[in-house]
Design a protein around this ligand. Structure first.
Ligand code: DGY
Length: 327
């Protein structure tokens, strides 16, 4: 009869982690949502768990290589990642399978830049060692030469990668009185340079960097970009900060430089092989080490989820979306 309607089945979305509740609510308004709630990454179980799903939203710790993408069930029509970085996804393999992939640019830029400044300050003042001194009951009387760091004023900051995050770091560093240098694939228009001096080679910039801040994307060409030869270009005692990806750095080369005092202090948020990082990290002096928390604020993680969902929904609605990685 006329009052009977045929319910169209709702699309199904698999999310390989548990987002903030607001993101879950928004996802459930449009999709039948399956959440991977295990504390370990979904790993090889992705293909099986994705059976019957139309869309999959993955975490940056999920490795979607060509084999993994090839094994996805045919029901899956779209992928999104809960990250701006997409080095964990074989984009060519996804494109070959005609799978659009969406990421979460812009919304995390300012919070990652905040954390970069935190790490620059932590390295310059060696706050981790100072705090340890207090916590371990070793705090002695005030002395003119104890626990000395360096002022940021007039220090030269070398920004490796002047994308959205690099530019946000530059804006902050200017307020601290730092002198800015940058190396990027190409020179930026002057209005986006924040007064920074452009270097067309990484080596050239490193020679001018009291602090190196790594914020370039992890691409095959940039893997190991900061290797022994390049670390040796830094002025003696320079500081190194990384908020991008661990594989931009040759870690053993960095460890040697820190132990020899050629690198004076480091502030890292990212590593190779997270979360099972090389145990030698833990033996480094003058090191502030954070567990990949650049985007970890409630506001940003909510906004990242919404941006990923915008992408997935735009695909099904046939609307263009700016965060499509393989148009
Ligand atoms: C990203 O978005 O790529 C971050 O590294 C994850 O927080």
């Amino acid at each position: 009869s006329s009052d009977q309607t045929i319910a169209t089945p709702r699309r199904r979305l698999l999310i390989t982690g548990v987002p903030p509740q607001k993101v879950i609510d928004r996802a459930e308004a449009s999709f039948d949502v399956t959440l991977w709630r295990e504390p370990t990454p979904i790993g090889a179980r992705l293909a099986g768990e994705a059976q019957g799903h139309d869309a999959v939203l993955v975490m940056p710790g999920d490795k979607l290589d060509a084999a993994c993408i090839g094994a996805l069930p045919r029901s899956v029509q779209v992928l999104a990642t809960y990250s701006v970085g997409f080095d964990h996804i074989d984009l060519a393999a996804a494109t070959a399978r005609r799978l659009p992939v969406f990421n979460t640019p812009d919304v995390l830029t300012e919070s990652v830049a905040d954390l970069a400044l935190f790490l620059i300050l932590a390295a310059a003042r060696d706050t981790t060692s100072a705090e340890r001194t207090l916590r371990e009951g070793r705090w002695g009387p005030w002395a003119p030469t104890s626990m000395l760091g360096r002022s940021l004023q007039d220090q030269r900051l070398g920004i490796f990668g002047m994308g959205r995050i690099g530019q946000a770091i530059a804006r902050r560093a200017l307020a601290f009185g730092m002198q800015l240098h940058y190396h990027n694939r190409s020179r930026l228009p002057a209005e986006r340079e924040a007064g920074a001096v452009f270097h067309d080679t990484l080596e050239g910039m490193l020679a001018q960097s009291d602090v190196l801040c790594i914020c370039a994307p992890s691409t095959p060409e940039l893997r190991n970009a900061v290797d022994a030869r390049r670390v040796a270009c830094l002025p003696r005692g320079a500081m190194v900060v990384n908020v991008a990806r661990g594989d931009l750095v040759d870690e053993p080369a960095l460890f040697a430089a820190v132990h020899e005092g050629r690198v004076g202090a480091i502030g890292f948020d990212v590593y190779r092989n997270e979360p099972r990082i090389d145990p030698r990290w833990l033996d480094l002096p003058h090191a502030t080490l954070l567990p990949h928390i650049g985007s970890a604020t409630t506001e940003v993680r909510t906004a990242m989820g919404m941006t990923a969902l915008d992408g997935v929904e735009s695909h099904f609605a046939g609307r263009p979306a700016a965060n499509l990685l393989n148009p």
